[in-house]
Ligand binder design. Structure first.
Ligand code: ATP
Ligand code: MG
Length: 908
């Protein structure tokens, strides 16, 4: 509200002229008065008008009002020079108001905040404020629009997320608290229209707790207090990302075993989904047929587009899609969503299947959207015949303009109301190749007055003159996602169509389409997309990294593709543990990398063998033992897991220790090797004391001289206690008693910033030191038997998996032969039952076992795995030969993860 104290007389001729001017700019009478009444505000607004030439800009009432808001927010009412934003920055925002991107006061506020907070990081030129438009739009909620339906479903989802942590209101008294926290929980709600939101919240409470009674809603102070207490989230952020969801005890610590995350499905959002058959259908017989075919079992699908390698985000989707079905003894399809012939490549199909198996899941059946091309075409024709689809010839620009370009509901296009017969003819013509690409498309005829842009006549079919890898040149038209996806779900009798949050608004057209065709209607549920700190998952950007040589391929261990994570040595169990620990969230957020690393460590902690690896060896010679001194020691493979057994290592007169474990001039708190200091070589019964060291002419230390404290050393009979000396790792200097490692690869984040997706040109953000290679490291010989055992165990596990998969396949064959299917009990009867090459769900050892299965903890260093470039001859031999080095061996190790959260320190 304007300050009345600064009131201006509005009856003077000048004021009347001013009011007229404001009216012409677009302000309504009352807003004009408000502005004119405050001298300060009026001057500020006139300045904005002047600078941006708004007198004749044709602003509507809302836009003009937002410009007034902007003068305030940008500090134009402040004394000259004290504005918050510069003139070009304000101009950028004015343009965003004019072109309809900013449509509310909240958005204008956010725009100003964005400008302020990015001032330092933007590079402005004379004509350009250096704004990253995408980032700007995101911060200002551009394009986020809610319909009554989507508001309600968003609130419902949020409510469910609260119930996960028992924070959901239990009656109307929780209204106040719910309102206070919901925007924290679902930040996009910030962009919802305030009134609509209030109505939706009350509607939701009404639905849950019945009509509001007098006094309900937190009217009394006491109630309000109680309500606040009940509703306040335990941690900031409202809908929690599930950080506190405990790890299920069923998760095995064995990284090779098939893990089985269950808390994801027994608790929280995913524990509350409908039971098969409960999802409403337009006709009751659809439900009956569906249940006859599914026998009441849960059916889900994982529907990747085979246009790239899967990434860690897909691991979340796989865990949820396959895991949900598995938890309910149901079935999950691997459906290749291959409707875009231009983007697909054979290699991706194989890799996707391999990754699903690597994560421990078997598809119940492998299907391809393209198998349904004929059926989808028939459906589209049926829709056309029903007067619910039309052929449109608008060019893309006109289509975009018709969608309102963010300026509200679209105008009907000229083709929308053509007669059904004409549409049938034209659609047939599209199919017959009579139109060039973009010359025509088939669109659903839904509802242009809806508040949900997904209802604005989305495209069903496009002309595309490209051969398809499965259907060749049969088709000249290809179905769009919004058309193919719901119908493939329907054909496959999917009970729970689980997808990511960005599809929340698409649910309306999904359901419309199934109902319009009167086919079985699956229920779609949306959960948060995974994004990880310090990286991006966009296939397009990863491709750039690969093609420009920033990384050495799609499986470069610095990437977060699944093939890269696998190669790096991350156990599949850690992937599932990570997803389970994240829980299912209903608002998108960026996950800190430390959480992923934590899951990896937890998985490896009790399962990884401990091996000595000396990264940067420095020779150490013990003076008070004979030259041929050789003490065979036995040490446990894992000090906390005696069941893993023991290995031998031989202490000799000369050994190698870590260069970093020695200091010629140690700082006061240094308690490893230094002149006069004692340490224990792990496994050895006696400490050693450093008596001297040698250097080369440039002063570099070349050898440490020590004495063994077996009673004959400098400390005499002094008994060492644990705390007297720290324990360090070592290997014998005898060539037969150590293994030379060709390369040890350490990985740092590939980008310098925490969010490279926000950096305009991510290539400038690349960390030049993301790969560090150590040559000349030494391993203890126990590496060989340990490696051999790990590979053997992994192969045994693969065989177990293969057997289980084969019996699963049998189950599928029986299901296909079941009377329900034979009699065509559902629309899915023939949809997906054509056998395909490579269709048999049998995991082979080749797919499941690679060098990465050789994982171990290099004591005091980090967890490592053998890289695929390694050659270890003895692994190919049977058990009668002793595990050990063979000619031609090459050992390359990848660092999986550090032992602790790292603070720039290499050694413990
Ligand atoms: P991208 O943008 O990386 O290409 P996409 O969504 O196009 O991802 P699809 O191959 O279509 O990739 O995805 C298959 C399934 O995996 C979809 O159900 C999708 O929602 C899900 N998915 C993809 N990325 C993520 C993610 N980051 N987090 C969770 N699920 C994801
Ligand atoms: Mg996609």
């Amino acid at each position: 509200m304007p300050k009345k104290s600064a009131a201006v007389d509005l009856t003077t001729p000048e004021s009347i002229a001013l009011l007229e001017r404001y009216g012409k700019i677009g302000l309504n009478a009352s807003r004009s008065k408000d502005v004119a009444q405050s001298a300060k505000q009026s001057t500020a607004f006139q300045r904005l008008v002047q600078e941006n030439d708004l007198d004749n800009a044709g602003l509507d009432e809302k836009q003009a009002g937002l410009c007034v808001d902007l003068t305030k927010e940008a500090g134009y009412e402040n004394a000259a020079g004290k504005e918050k934003l510069s003139e070009p920055e304000v101009r950028y925002i004015v343009t965003a108001i004019k072109d309809g991107r900013l449509r509310s006061t909240d958005q204008v506020k956010a725009a100003v905040q964005y400008m302020e907070s990015t001032k330092a990081s933007r590079t402005a030129t004379e004509n350009d404020v250096g704004v990253n438009a995408q980032e700007f739009d995101k911060s200002c909620g551009v394009g986020v629009s809610f319909t009554a339906d989507s508001l309600m479903s968003t609130l419902e989802s949020y409510m469910q997320s609260l119930s996960v942590s028992s924070e959901a209101p239990t009656d109307w008294s929780g209204l106040q608290g719910f309102r206070a926290n919901m925007k924290n929980g679902v930040p996009d709600l910030r962009w919802a229209n305030g009134k609509d939101l209030a109505v939706a919240v009350e509607g939701l409470f009404g639905k849950m707790f019945g009509p509001k009674t007098a006094g309900a809603g937190g009217n009394t102070a006491a109630k309000e207090k109680a309500a606040k207490k009940a509703d306040a989230p335990k941690s900031a952020g409202g809908a929690k990302s599930g950080a506190e969801v405990p790890v299920s005890a069923t998760l095995t610590t064995d990284p090779t075993a098939t893990p089985n995350p269950t808390s994801l499905f027994s608790e929280g959002f995913l524990s509350k989904l409908h039971k098969p058959g409960e999802n409403p259908q337009i006709k009751p017989e659809l439900k009956e047929k569906h249940l006859a075919w599914t026998k009441g079992r849960v059916f889900t699908r994982f529907p990747p587009e085979p246009n790239g390698y899967l990434h860690i985000g897909h691991a979340k989707a796989i865990t949820i899609d396959f895991g949900y079905a598995k938890y309910h003894n149901g079935c999950c399809y691997l459906r290749f969503d291959d409707t875009n012939p231009t983007a697909e490549e054979g290699v991706y199909f194989d890799s996707i299947l391999e990754m699903v198996r690597w994560l421990g899941f078997e598809p119940w059946k492998i299907t391809y959207s393209s198998d349904n091309f004929q059926k989808l075409y028939d459906f589209a024709m049926e829709l056309t015949k029903r007067g619910k689809a039309f052929v449109c010839h608008c060019d893309q620009e006109t289509m975009a303009a018709a969608k309102g370009s963010g300026k509200g509901n679209p105008q009907p296009c000229p083709h929308r109301d053509r007669p059904v017969e004409e549409n049938i003819r034209e659609f047939q013509a599209m199919k017959d190749g009579k139109y060039p690409e973009k010359g025509a498309c088939l669109r659903m005829k839904i509802d242009l007055s809806s508040g949900n842009p997904y209802m604005w006549d989305p495209v069903c079919y496009r002309v595309k003159d490209a051969p398809h890898h499965r259907t060749g040149t049969t088709w000249k038209i290809y179905p769009a996602y919004d058309f193919a996806h719901p119908l493939c779900d329907s054909l496959e009798n999917i009970t729970h169509s689980l997808c990511t949050l960005e599809f929340i608004d698409a649910r309306s057209s999904y359901e419309w389409l199934c109902d319009a065709l009167e086919v079985y209607k699956p229920r779609q549920y949306e959960t948060a997309r995974l994004s990880l700190q310090g990286t991006f998952l966009s296939k397009r950007k990863i491709r750039t990294l690969v093609e420009k040589g920033y990384v050495q391929g799609w499986d470069d261990p610095r990437l977060f593709t699944l093939i890269a994570l696998r190669r790096r040595g991350i156990p599949p169990a850690a992937m599932l543990r990570f997803v389970e620990e994240l829980g299912v969230s209903l608002s998108n957020s960026e996950i800190k990398l430390v959480r992923f690393e934590h899951a990896i460590r937890q998985t490896l902690e009790l399962s990884a063998a401990r091996v000595f690896l000396v990264l940067e060896p420095l020779r150490l010679t013990i003076t008070n033992v004979p030259d041929d001194y050789s003490n065979e020691l036995e040490k446990p493979i894992h000090p906390k897991v005696p069941g893993m057994g023991t290995v031998k290592c031989t202490l000799t007169k000369s050994v190698y220790v870590e260069r970093d474990d020695f200091r010629a001039e140690p700082p006061a708190d240094f308690n490893r090797l230094a002149p006069g200091k004692s340490v224990i070589l792990i496994g050895s019964p006696y400490p050693i004391t450093c008596t001297d060291f040698k250097t080369d002419p440039s002063g570099n230390v070349t050898e440490i001289i020590c004495a063994l404290e077996d009673g004959s050393g400098p400390s005499g009979d002094k008994k060492f206690k644990g705390k007297d000396a720290s324990a360090i790792h070592w290997v014998s200097a005898d060539k037969k008693q150590h293994v030379e490692v060709d390369e040890v690869r350490f990985f740092e984040p590939l980008f310098q910033s925490d969010d490279p997706s926000k950096v305009e040109n991510f290539e400038t953000d690349i960390n030049p030191d993301s790969l560090k290679v150590f040559k000349g490291a030494l391993l203890e010989p126990a590496f060989y038997p340990v490696a051999k055992k790990l590979i053997k165990d992994a192969k045994a596990e693969a065989v177990k998996r293969t057997k289980a998969a084969a019996s699963f396949a049998q189950d599928r064959v029986e299901a296909d032969a079941s009377p329900a299917v034979q009699q065509g009990a559902s629309p899915a009867e023939t949809a997906t039952h054509v056998p395909h090459d490579g269709d048999t769900p049998v995991a082979t050892a080749d797919q499941l076992v690679g060098m990465e299965c050789i994982r171990f903890q290099a004591m005091r260093l980090a967890y490592f795995a053998a890289d695929k470039e390694s050659v270890i001859g003895c692994l190919e031999e049977d058990d009668s030969n002793e595990a050990g080095p063979r000619p031609g061996d090459r050992i390359v190790l990848n660092k999986i993860v550090s032992l602790k959260e790292e603070k720039g320190k290499k050694l413990a």
